[in-house]
Design a protein around this ligand. Sequence first.
Ligand SMILES: Nc1ncnc2c1ncn2[C@@H]1O[C@H](COP(=O)(O)OP(=O)(O)OP(=O)(O)O)[C@@H](O)[C@H]1O
Ligand SMILES: [Mg+2]
Length: 390
Amino acid sequence: MLFKKNSSTQKEKSHYLSAKESREIAKQNARTIRALEKRKKRVASEEEYTTQMRDEKNIVEFDNLHTYFFGDAGVVKAVDGVSFDIPKGATVGVVGESGCGKSVTSLSLMQLVQGPRGQIVEGSIRFNMGDKAFDIAKIPLADMRKIRGEEIAMIFQEPMTSLNPVFKIGYQMDEMVLLHTPNCSKEQAKARSLEMLELVGIAAPERVYGCYPHELSGGMRQRVMIAIALSCNPRLIIADEPTTALDVTIQAQILDLLRDIKDKIDGSIMLITHDLGVIAEMADYVVVMYAGRVIERGTTKEIFENPLHPYTIGLQKSKPVVRRKVERLYNIPGQVPNPIDMPNYCYFKDRCHKCIGKCNGEYPKFIQVSPTHSVACYLYEQAKEEEKNV
Ligand SMILES: Nc1ncnc2c1ncn2[C@@H]1O[C@H](COP(=O)(O)OP(=O)(O)OP(=O)(O)O)[C@@H](O)[C@H]1O
Ligand SMILES: [Mg+2]
């Protein structure tokens, strides 16, 4: 197969990988993957992956996370140095355009990145277990099973593909309870499943308990997914575009439900969405991602009232607003750079209309604008320096 390469790295005029280059990439990938898989399958003592939270008030701390996919055409740096925190009891919204690495970040937290090609290669994900903290990036697969589902639950975007079509809802719900609750009888599991179905607002839990997934509506299926995710009282719920497949009224109901339940179980939510409206309504903090990196993070108020990064400003401008008349909605010109061959300067520079000379230099570091607001853009470094000199 032939693949296009970025002109900045090519030695000759050719835009394609030669068979020899392809073989070399495959060989190198196989070597790296083997080493990383071996590390995941090792038997490790708890001390090896026990760590300390930077701040005990956080439930999760992503610290310089790198998750790559080792493909035939090169390495896709899907997550390329992501750092942000999820405070206890808070909802953190993650936004960014398609393909920027939102899902891969959340899958890394669950250790569900599609292996063997997808691997966490660097960084840590500290998870607060209450009396101790684990580094999820270092936990072997066997030990991760205790955390997944029990401590962290995930609600996927498309409930039809997450529910098994050949098993009844009741069976799938009981399985989750039985797996994670020691000494639980079948009757207790059923009672718990029915209780959860009622909690998520299903009117006839007994009937739904005996149904197959295809017998339910999309909204009901999403409620069942939420019920399954919550049945073990997780500390953290990851909701990856939980309402994208639903119509607006059901969307609002599901969001209300998530909010209610979060308060009931006193958990935290990592909410991934394209929809800025959903973020504004649900989130306490917002993380804006672009091409595998976080480019801005802050409280929802800060991001909506004072967006700083030109990309965040562009995102806000491209959102329709009731009673604001525009000929055409704004769109950010250009495209996300090729993930196999990212530039060594700011990834947004080629689409940015505000770039300055410094933007040709190395990727900008985070600049702290307020205790909760930071942005990775040279424009604000300059502003800060000017502030200091006054
Ligand atoms: N299994 C995979 N194999 C190879 N590359 C992958 C795989 N999964 C994701 N990627 C790549 O990782 C990058 C990030 O993908 P991701 O699914 O995290 O995007 P996203 O931000 O969730 O987008 P969306 O909003 O469309 O869901 C993309 O470039 C994608 O092509
Ligand atoms: Mg996604």
